[in-house]
Design a protein around this ligand. Structure first.
Ligand code: G16
Length: 543
């Protein structure tokens, strides 16, 4: 029986860069998850008879919220929901399942790279029929709806849904199908990459270590890397998804994937090391003795993608988020293909991918992907690297050095000031925004500011405008510092400062980035008054 439950509307729970992300305790408040889910359902036309995909990264609350979402989907008229076994679907796999099954959309339950467990974070994100994150027009409508919503619909009673058994059952009039979360995704990967070439490379002695960080990619990596490609069992570590990620912070960077990093820099390093995040859309790649910065990785993948069967025809174009380094721009110029610069957030790539204007896209925040799905994709990136290395027969270090010798190097670092007060962070951004016009011509040591602006984006496909997407300070010679506030944190504010300097191909290519960027780092601190507004002299994380 359908029941209507009265609720108080949200006062202000605005979805961020990637859906609604909050501390677990917030999601445990009565009717909180339901209020958001009903707000999503209320803005969707054509629910009746439609298919909905539901899955998550296995974190604490995943199963509970799936139960709520299923009952609500039945009460809201969906005909069918597809759920990954155990409630598991990586974000890219969910994107693929939505596309493959002609679903109206999907609910992805994840807080991505944020920690999990009772004291961690939880999140819900809605993806649309193209498999990608809802664009701002939809997230805006969901937010507006949540501010006035006074009821939700659910189905009363009934047994708990068995998430472990593949096959179909019914909840009310709706069919619930539990699907294998891995198979279709692994099959898709086999169509894009030359698994024979990778297997042959492995047989020649090539070794790898993949750290699934006790998050969602474990089952995918075991199946693809160990079973289908034949890498030695044990090549995948931390391969069982845990509700609290085993206490790890499932963010694949050199701080949180330290064990992998240390191993890759040590005497017993395998040839290739990689990690993915909570929901499987980010990637970290480290060759033996060589860390690869995400912006460089995007450029290298773009330059070599044609070596994989799925991209043998070349790339229609490439896209990167504005704070991502311009390394890929040089590749696009050499390939004579368009380069698009979008705001931060995967949702901004969706229209370009749908319109066939770009094939590959990526971000400095360890995300890369292509038109095979509408999300960034951690394991996809790993497989593209493996395919390229297998064909080229070079090491990661050789590949990256060769790339710099051809295109030059964009030295790059991102400084994160985490958990600063929202007031301080907002005041810093407002003050800097107000001074942009007076900055050109200002001198900081040898650095002279050439221009300064607040990044705005006009979507070339639908003409929508997104303003206030980050403050850019460009110096004479092409170096730059960018400031923006994170849209994915859950406590206080995180100030991100992105620092970049280009070194031409005949310059010094193998310097320590911290040294190569030290003057810019200091200028960046001074220009924004970081210490004055945040009380911090040093970032918490430099990646
Ligand atoms: C999300 C988006 C990414 C974006 C990142 C930025 O990543 O999907 O496209 O680059 O947020 O985060 P912030 O706003 O904190 O800089 P994820 O992996 O958290 O879904």
């Amino acid at each position: 029986m359908i029941s209507t439950v009265s609720v108080t509307p949200f006062s202000d729970q605005k979805p961020g860069t990637s859906g609604l992300r909050k501390a677990v305790g917030v999601f445990q408040q009565p009717h909180y998850a339901e209020t958001f889910i009903q707000s999503v359902f209320d803005v969707l036309a054509d629910k009746a008879g439609a298919v909905l995909v539901i899955g998550g990264d296995g974190r604490f609350l995943n199963r509970e919220v799936i139960g709520k979402a299923v009952r609500m989907a039945a009460a809201n008229g969906f005909a069918r929901v597809l759920i990954g076994r155990g409630g598991i679907l990586s974000t890219p796999a969910a994107s693929h399942v939505i596309r493959l099954n002609g679903a109206l959309g999907g609910l992805i339950l994840s807080a991505s790279h944020n920690p999990g467990g009772p004291d961690g974070d939880f999140g819900i994100k809605y993806n649309i029929a193209n498999g990608g994150p809802a664009p701002e027009s939809v997230t805006g409508a969901i937010h507006a709806r949540s501010l006035v919503l006074d009821r939700y619909l659910t189905l009363e009673g009934g047994a708990d849904i068995d998430l472990e058994t593949l096959g179909e059952t019914r909840v009310g009039d709706m069919v619930v199908e539990i699907i294998d979360p891995v198979a279709a995704y692994a099959d898709l990967m086999e169509t894009l990459f030359d698994f024979d070439a990778i297997r042959a490379h492995r047989a020649r002695g090539f070794t790898l270590s993949f750290d699934a960080m006790s998050a969602v990619t474990g089952p995918y990596a075991h199946e693809i890397l160990e079973r289908r490609l034949g890498f030695t069992p044990g090549s995948v570590v931390n391969g069982v998804p845990l509700e609290d990620f085993g206490g790890h912070h499932p963010d694949p960077n050199i701080v949180h994937a330290r064990e992998l990093y240390d191993r890759m820099m040590g005497p017993d390093a395998p040839d290739f090391g990689a990690a993915s995040d909570g929901d499987g859309d980010r990637n970290l790649v480290i060759g033996r003795g060589r860390f690869v910065a995400p912006s460089d990785a995007l450029a290298i993948l773009a330059a070599n993608a044609h070596l994989a069967p799925g991209y043998a025809r070349g790339l229609a174009g490439v896209a990167r988020s504005m704070p991502t380094s311009a390394a890929v721009d040089r590749v696009a110029a050499a390939l004579d293909i368009p380069l698009h610069e979008t705001p931060t957030g995967w949702k901004f790539f969706g229209n370009l991918l749908d319109a066939g204007q770009v094939t590959l896209c990526g971000e400095e925040s360890a995300g890369a992907g292509s038109d095979h799905v509408r999300e960034k994709d951690g394991l996809w990136a790993v497989l593209l690297w493996l395919n390229i290395l297998a064909v080229r027969g070079v090491s990661v270090d050789e590949l990256i050095q060769e790339h710099w010798r051809r295109f030059g190097r964009n030295y790059y670092v991102r400084h994160d000031y985490e958990g600063v007060s929202s007031e301080g962070a907002d005041a810093l951004m407002a003050a800097l925004r107000g001074r942009l016009a007076e900055l050109p011509g200002q001198r900081h040591g040898d650095l002279v500011i050439a221009s300064a602006d607040d990044f705005a984006y006009v979507d070339p496909v639908d003409g929508s405008v997104s303003e206030g997407q980050g403050l850019r300070i460009l110096f004479e010679g092409g170096s730059r510092v960018v400031y923006r506030l994170s849209g994915t944190g859950t406590s206080g504010a995180t100030l991100r400062v992105y620092i970049e300097r280009y070194e031409p191909a005949d310059g010094v290519l193998d310097a320590d980035p911290a040294e190569a960027l030290s003057a810019l780092v200091e200028a960046g601190k001074a220009i924004a008054g970081i210490e004055r507004f945040t009380g911090r002299t040093m970032p918490d994380v430099a990646t």
